[in-house]
Design a binder for this molecule. Sequence first.
Ligand code: GAR
Length: 212
Amino acid sequence: MTETKKIRLGVLGSGKGSNFVAIADAIQSGQIPAEVGIVLSDVEGAGILDQARMRGIRAEYIAPGKFRTKLEEESERCFVEALSAAEVDWVVLAGFMRVLKGDFLRAFEGRIVNIHPSLLPSFPGLEAWKQALDHGVKFTGCTVHFVDAGVDAGPIIGQQTVPVLDADTPETLHRRIHAAEHLLYPACIGMLARGGVRVAGRRVMGSERVDC
Ligand code: GAR
């Protein structure tokens, strides 16, 4: 019997990497038929790099250049080269805090996914949990979506709601959203890896429900 080729993921993150850990654990337990080819970060010493190395996964820091919210052209080229050399099929943004531009998007068109800590299109951008709290919404959540040229704007693959409680502080709400992310992201990537996603314009039709 021939074994089907597992899809290879390239994971990009700027932070501690708890979403990466949830994905890596789901791969190990067989929930996601994929493998992680490489983990890259724009932050030297980011926790996500340590988490990858602890699991024997290649992990590299690539200097982002002089801008604060995007990659310099040369840096973007290095990210694309590293991902291509690692033969990744999909790029998974797991807390990567820079906007990706033209050449990167073209190199992996339709094959980049992101997780955002709100129910998009509400509260794109930074500290989405704080935005939700300040706005006074009663529910927020997290969203997994395809990445396009907009900021937190591409077609939505899956969402999970999280209640906002009267006693919430930004920290308690963020913690609850994080816990929901750790279930939603592996579920969505699992569906992608099984080929269970069809895109029609802005609508993404999944073969499974991924709310957790
Ligand atoms: C996550 O909450 C993710 O949704 C957010 O960064 C955090 C990374 O945490 N991403 C964004 O805000 C992107 N717009 P982690 O490093 O523990 O996975």
